[in-house]
Design a protein around this ligand. Structure first.
Ligand SMILES: Nc1ncnc2c1ncn2[C@@H]1O[C@H](COP(=O)(O)OP(=O)(O)OP(=O)(O)O)[C@@H](O)[C@H]1O
Length: 715
């Protein structure tokens, strides 16, 4: 029996079919809704509670979080329940219902549609029929179509099915807006160009002025290119109107089910694009992931390991397959996914990427790369590299047997890495292997069909600063750049200038520049010490965690701290967008102005001059559509200092970058590119231009990769 949820109150509309065929709606405002005794109960005023037995019905539920709406369709009773209320309440109700149905072994379906549920106008909802060609996930694929796995008693989700490319395309096109209706497969084939036509089209484009950079847009008019429809106007979300041509190209390739890698320097809008992609790809088959928990948190996804149900990425593929197939949920993710987004690919180790590709094929029972999953990959290989894996030869025998990399990887002979991760390794007596980037693997070559380079920088507007950062990205700063950067080095500033600079830094109502440092230990110490030195009382904020059945490490999976101590005057940064229209966005810097009775923070960049009250908010850890764990905490962290790794993906108003101890290629670039302007930047930890030159490093193989990319684009 499930415990009641008495505090769940929502506005309810019951829609019941009538004998005449037209449905009738019965609205009720703010009534208790809860799950009890295997029923979804709705307490109606002056009436017996409406009870929907979860055993009897096939249930299709829809949750529109942004609009605070959810609907359940009880197919056998020809009835729909539409709920409107606080998203958190709706989520709780939904989780209760689904958990109970799961326990009961009731069949149902969870969907997250793109549009509003047009419940009154339409007849009973019919789930889209999927082609029944599920492969046996337990067997190595011998052919693309295998037998269906035995159905599971405890399933509330219909049998997972293999996506077919044609269905995937149709679905993406359909959901992306009315402007792009589903194409008949025959028509699509008719419009698919032959290699000769493609060649002619390329020549035509190259001959036209500006044709190369504009391939996404005008080329489509000829109707010859494989992405011919790309010239159609986009009907996605309002932000899509602002997309650059290159960003639009990514969107259109994604709409056509292509595997795309979109890359570019810091601040070119890669994460922004992911939000756009999320707005039109069907949510029930889309999984948004990133290489690290923090990066995943920024785009509302999970880590790639979490998606794949991978406990230890050093394990062999055989071992991972055997553990994943024991987890129904992990299997369900692998088989129900049609599109997988991977952000911050630069930090995904090549051997692991190769394993993922094999896992995709084996677990989905399909010989195509990644088992036919559509991959949308984002990142910049000139930013932070992957952590080098352990050398199996230096591990104890048992561990070593599980760490051998998969075949199909082009061995790199050297990595000119500055990484002293070797030092971490050697501390434990474990050697590290040279890093292999994802783009160096066979899996990459087989999978990635299109690469789009985004070049327009949005984070910075000053052209001089943009070109300085570009030089740094490619590890090749000119003498003029080094001189200019050294002018921002703190130790060169005499006392008076330093004081002025501090005053400038603090002119924004007590907010000081955030220090970006290479190592976590220094960062923790600095934050602790700065807080200790502040006078006044402290107030503690403890997170309320729900780690879910998997016992997720919420420190890794969310940006919110388990334990936050604040004082009046503490430097803080918002780690979640709480009100975008008032610029209270993830990354906004502020200073605490009151801790009792309310927590007030002044954000100089926010709309309005008043201090803003900050309350605890819920951080969801999602795997695909499902919230698997939550942390409720005040969305702030101390911001005197941050690690460079943690800052990847952030925009920071004022930063003081500590370059001493920089250990990874691309690390200096990530740190320096967080600020919007040179005025917001101070550098320390380097004494002269030679030292500065030394820490600005880019990986040679990545440089070559981008050089080849440019050559190919210009060809
Ligand atoms: N087409 C666009 N129109 C307007 N603003 C944009 C556009 N694309 C990106 N931006 C803005 O540019 C800023 C940087 O974008 P974003 O964080 O997505 O860059 P990024 O490429 O992911 O950077 P990083 O590599 O540092 O993570 C954000 O404030 C974002 O809102």
């Amino acid at each position: 029996m499930t415990s009641p949820v008495p505090e769940s109150v929502a506005s309810v509309v019951l829609e019941k079919g009538t004998s005449s065929g037209s449905p009738c709606q019965y609205p009720y405002r703010n009534v208790p809704v809860y799950v009890r005794n295997k029923h979804l109960c709705i307490c109606l005023r002056n009436k017996p509670a409406e009870q929907f037995h979860l055993w009897d019905f096939t249930l299709y539920d829809k949750l529109l979080e942004a609009e605070g709406k959810m609907s359940f369709k009880f197919k056998k009773k020809d009835c729909q329940v539409m709920l409107q209320g606080d998203p958190q309440t709706l989520r709780t109700i939904r989780q209760e219902v689904l958990a109970l149905m799961n326990g009961l072994g009731v069949e149902g379906r969870s969907t997250r549609p793109q549009g509003r549920p047009a419940l009154a106008a339409k007849g009973p909802h019919k789930p889209r029929q999927q082609p029944a060609q599920q492969a046996n996930p337990y067997a190595k694929p011998s052919s693309s179509v295998a037998s269906r796995p035995p159905s599971r008693a405890n399933s509330f989700v219909s049998e997972p099915v293999l996506p077919r490319r044609a269905d995937l395309k149709r679905q993406i096109d359909y959901h992306s807006g009315s402007l792009l209706p589903p194409l008949h497969p025959a028509k699509r084939n008719a419009s698919r160009p032959t290699p000769d036509e493609m060649k002619r089209e390329r020549e035509r484009r190259d001959a036209s002025p500006g044709g190369k950079s504009d391939s996404s847009g005008r080329s489509g008019r000829s109707g010859v290119s494989g992405v011919s429809a790309v010239s159609r106007p986009l009907a996605l979300c309002p932000e899509a109107d602002n997309l650059t041509e290159a960003q639009k190209k990514v969107v259109n390739l994604a709409r056509y089910g292509k595997n795309v890698f979109f890359t570019g320097g810091a601040g070119v809008g890669k994460s922004y694009l992911i939000h756009i992609l999320k707005s039109f790809i069907p949510q029930d088959t889309l999984f948004v992931t990133a290489s690290t928990g923090l990066a995943a948190c920024q785009i509302g996804g999970s880590t790639i390991q979490k998606f794949g149900g991978i406990q230890n990425s050093d394990d062999t593929v055989d071992r991972i397959v055997s553990s994943v197939t024991k987890s129904f949920q992990a299997m369900q993710r692998w088989t129900s996914a049609k599109t997988l987004i991977i952000d911050e690919i630069s930090m995904v180790e090549g051997r692991f990427f190769q394993k993922l590709e094999e896992l995709g094929r084996r677990l989905r029972g399909c010989h195509k790369p990644f088992g036919g999953l559509q991959l949308l990959i984002s990142g910049d290989f000139l930013q932070l590299p992957p952590v080098p894996p352990n050398d199996p030869a230096s591990l104890p025998a048992a561990a070593a047997s599980s760490s051998r990399g998969p075949p199909g990887i082009k061995r790199s002979d050297s990595t000119a890495s500055l990484q002293s991760n070797a030092s971490t390794g050697s501390r434990r007596g474990v050697r590290k292997l040279p890093v292999i980037f994802a783009f160096e693997t066979d899996a990459w070559r087989k999978t990635v069909q299109h690469t789009v380079e985004l070049t327009q920088v949005f984070r910075q507007s000053n052209q001089q600063f943009i070109s300085i950062l570009n030089e740094i990205r490619f590890g090749n700063p000119s003498p003029a750049t080094l001189t200019l950067l050294m002018a921002h080095a703190r130790h060169l500033i005499n006392g008076r200038q330093q004081q002025q600079q501090q005053q400038q830094g603090q002119s924004k109502a007590g907010v000081v520049a955030t220090k970006l440092l290479p190592r976590r230990k220094e960062v923790d110490e600095l934050n602790r010490e700065s807080l200790r030195q502040l006078p006044g009382q402290t107030r503690e904020f403890l997170a309320v965690d729900n780690t879910g059945p998997g016992g997720i490490d919420l420190d890794m999976a969310t940006n919110a701290p388990r334990h936050l101590t604040l004082k009046k005057g503490a430097q803080v940064i918002l780690v979640k967008t709480i009100n975008a229209s008032r610029h209270l966005v993830n990354g906004a810097r502020g200073v605490v102005t009151q801790i009792h009775p309310k927590l007030l923070v002044h954000f100089p960049g926010a709309a309005g001059s008043k201090d803003h009250e900050i309350n605890a908010t819920c951080f969801d850890v999602r795997v695909g559509n499902q919230v698997v764990a939550t942390r409720t905490q005040v969305p702030l962290v101390l911001a005197w200092a941050f690690t460079v790794h943690k800052s990847q993906g952030m925009t920071i108003d004022m930063a003081e970058v500590g370059l001493a101890g920089t250990f990874a290629e691309g690390q200096a670039y990530v740190a320096l590119s967080r600020v919007k302007s040179l005025e917001g930047l101070t550098i320390h930890g380097v004494r002269d231009e030679n030292e500065l030159r030394y820490v600005i490093r880019a990986n040679d193989r990545c440089l070559l990769y981008y050089e080849n990319l440019r050559k190919a684009a210009n060809r």
